[in-house]
Design a protein around this ligand. Structure first.
Ligand SMILES: C[S@@+](CC[C@H](N)C(=O)[O-])C[C@H]1O[C@@H](n2cnc3c(N)ncnc32)[C@H](O)[C@@H]1O
Length: 289
């Protein structure tokens, strides 16, 4: 599958990659950003992390040309301190996080992330996690399910009706089955498929994404070197970007970092034309003082 890394030049500029620097890519995915960073290194290296074993295996193939400059690590954001210590590193010159799911994960039917491709209702970014989306859908109370859809899915209007329809239709085993239940329960009021927000809520819950992002943002300033270390975070959801913005602003206010771009960086028209999936991306960068 062709993979186009989002806001690539903006990330490389933002991180000011130096040939002898040490970098951390928190979200290796298929290795798009990792490969581009590695291509600029000589004596430096990049630690490239992901919680998804299958993505890491593909990234290794995709970045084989730079294998001597990349050290892969399998783990969650909350395990990143270990990724550094295992590589004998205290702090890095630059950290990149490109949040969320990858197109590869979304479009691989048997990973169960999408209603566009029918597959088992799974949604685990790592197969070593226990809880799947099917566990949440089939074993939560109607109220728990509704609250999840309302909060993590930001589905303020139809959450109750969707939760009731799901509970009546249980057991639910596939993404297609879930999408059909929701489609029948609520009217289509916009371009978005009516199941979009419920799928978002389940994905966030299965992978504990809000908690993971909180852990990452808390740790981030200690992960970069003082006097010049940089951190760049790309978000695709407004829930995530809000958290990144608030955290970066509070670090700036406390005098720990300076914000590199006063305004958030977004893709230009040409990037959106070439890669429509980039359209909601927002990049924020800080430099440690
Ligand atoms: C948008 S993709 C990254 C794409 C990558 N930059 C590229 O160019 O190929 C996000 C990746 O982050 C990983 N991810 C999301 N949350 C994570 C977490 N809490 N810990 C570790 N990896 C995570 C996902 O498994 C996914 O592969």
């Amino acid at each position: 599958m062709e993979h186009i890394p989002v806001l690539l030049n903006e990330c490389l500029d933002g991180l000011q990659v130096r040939p002898d620097g040490v970098y951390l890519d928190c979200t290796c995915g298929l290795g798009g950003h990792t490969g581009a960073i590695a291509s600029q290194l000589t004596t430096g290296f990049v630690i490239s992390n992901d919680r998804d074993e299958e993505s890491l295996a593909k990234a290794k193939e995709n970045t084989a040309a730079y294998a001597d400059r990349i050290r892969f690590h399998h783990g969650r954001f909350s395990e990143l301190p270990k990724a550094l210590s295992e590589n004998g590193v205290k702090a890095v010159d630059g950290v990149l996080a490109d949040l969320g799911v990858s197109r590869y994960q979304l479009t691989t039917a048997d990973r169960g992330f999408s209603f566009m491709a029918d597959g088992p209702l799974d949604m685990r970014m790592s197969r070593s996690q226990e809880t799947t989306a099917a566990d949440i859908v089939n074993f939560s109370s109607p109220l728990e399910l509704g609250q999840l859809i309302a909060t993590l899915g930001e589905e303020r209007r139809w959450w109750r009706r969707i939760a009731e329809a799901i509970v009546r239709g249980r057991p639910v085993h596939t993404t297609g089955q879930l999408a059909t239940l929701i489609e029948r329960a609520v009217p289509r009021t916009s371009r978005l498929h009516p199941a979009t927000q419920t799928f978002q809520a389940l994905r966030l819950a299965v992978n504990r994404e809000p908690e993971e992002l909180d852990a990452l943002l808390e740790w981030l300033p200690s992960a970069v070197k003082p006097a010049g270390g940089r951190a760049a975070v790309i978000s695709f959801m407004s829930l995530d970007d809000r958290k990144v913005k608030v955290r970066f602003q509070s670090l700036a206010k406390a005098g720990e970092v300076t914000l590199i771009n006063k305004k958030v960086i977004v893709p230009g028209d040409e990037e959106i034309r070439n890669n429509p999936a980039s359209r909601s991306a927002k990049l924020r960068v800080f430099e440690k003082l």
